[in-house]
Design a protein around this ligand. Structure first.
Ligand code: ZN
Length: 342
């Protein structure tokens, strides 16, 4: 009970990519890049293990961005035709590639880093993929002409990838769906159906991560506009509770999410954000334990996991690792308090 995990990404070392930014350019090319990705992956596994993280990830060290890392290996997407598009309901503008032909997976996308991570840790391994709704919100379309049709096609490709990851020994496959907090009606119409298509036939644990975004200015401004209570989860959690997804990862610490909304996820594992990724201030283990303890009013301890609010990719590396330590230590404190010394 009270296992620890992270939302997914960790900062990349300076010799792999430019630090402290999203879409960071790689610092190497060719064979040197392959080697740097490999080395960085081994380091993030070690850092997580030493911090007491039970369910580790490869830290997304081999992809430039959580959506486009997957899209780069998909045929039918023209990366030369980049257009500036408002995404997440125009919260910000991104340069996105365009779908111009039927979508097909050219090759396994994440096999190399998943196999590497599996070979070098005995901990449970989680692997993150972008969710279908978030993908179609982060790409231009000149072929399908319909978001739902295109999302279902992406879900099929994600399912092919997920089945291979499971076969490599991945224990948890998580789909990142920040778009679920933006298009709540569509989540119920087709977002969860697309996730079901993406997890078809999987026997491993499946998760969905739904957050309020990285700690960048556009997101901080958006959060400030959401009022005294953030109730987006209230609209989608009942539908998720009815779904076949096993786990839901959500934002909590320093957010205005009413904690009792967690109750709406009855029957699911709750991955509670006890680490804020939008600040460099390091949480204390006591703060982490306090956040988790408050959630115990709404979810049983055996269904609660200590997690981060979101990915830590844009953070300073030292800050991120200090936060990992706090996460591991905070969960341990609470386990001891509840009489399950670890
Ligand atoms: Zn997130």
């Amino acid at each position: 009970m009270l296992e620890t995990t992270i939302a997914g990404s960790l900062p990349k070392p300076f010799w792999l990519a430019q630090p402290k930014m999203l879409w960071a350019p790689w610092a190497q090319t060719g064979e040197a890049l392959v080697e740097a990705k490999r080395d960085a992956t081994l380091l993030v596994l070690k850092e997580q293990e030493d911090a007491g993280i039970d369910i580790v990830t490869e830290g997304e060290q081999s992809r430039q961005h959580f959506v486009h890392g997957f899209l780069e290996q998909i045929e039918g997407i023209d990366f030369a035709r980049r257009v500036a598009m408002g995404i997440r309901n125009n919260r910000y503008t991104a340069e996105v590639p365009t779908v111009t032909a039927p979508l097909r997976r050219k090759r396994p996308v994440h096999r190399t880093e998943a196999a590497l991570a599996r070979a070098h840790t005995r901990r449970k391994l989680k692997f993150t993929l972008p969710g279908p709704m978030t993908i179609v919100d982060t790409i231009a379309d000149q072929h399908y002409g319909d978001r739902v049709t295109m999302a279902m096609r992406f879900a099929e490709l994600l399912n092919e990838e997920a089945r291979e990851l499971e076969a490599l020994g991945v224990d948890v496959i998580q789909f990142d769906e920040p778009a679920f907090n933006v298009y709540m009606a569509e989540v119920k119409d087709w977002g969860i159906a697309a996730l079901h298509r993406a997890i078809e036939g999987l026997r491993c644990k499946t998760a969905v991560h739904i957050c309020y975004g990285y700690g960048i200015k556009a997101n901080i401004d958006w959060k400030a506009s959401l009022g005294g209570e953030w109730r987006q989860y209230e609209e989608i959690f009942p539908a998720l509770a009815q779904s076949r997804i096993d786990q839901v990862s959500l934002e909590c610490i320093n957010s205005r999410v009413p904690l009792r909304l967690v109750e709406l996820l009855k029957g699911k594992d709750v991955l509670l954000g006890a680490i804020d990724v939008a600040t460099d201030r390091i949480e204390t283990p006591e703060e982490v334990a306090a956040t988790l303890r408050r959630a115990l009013d709404f979810v049983p301890a055996e269904r609660l996991q200590a997690c981060t609010n979101c990915g830590m990719a844009p953070l300073d590396r030292g800050v991120a690792y200090a936060k990992l330590q706090a996460l591991g230590a905070g969960a341990k404190l609470l386990r001891q308090e509840l009489g399950h010394a670890h």
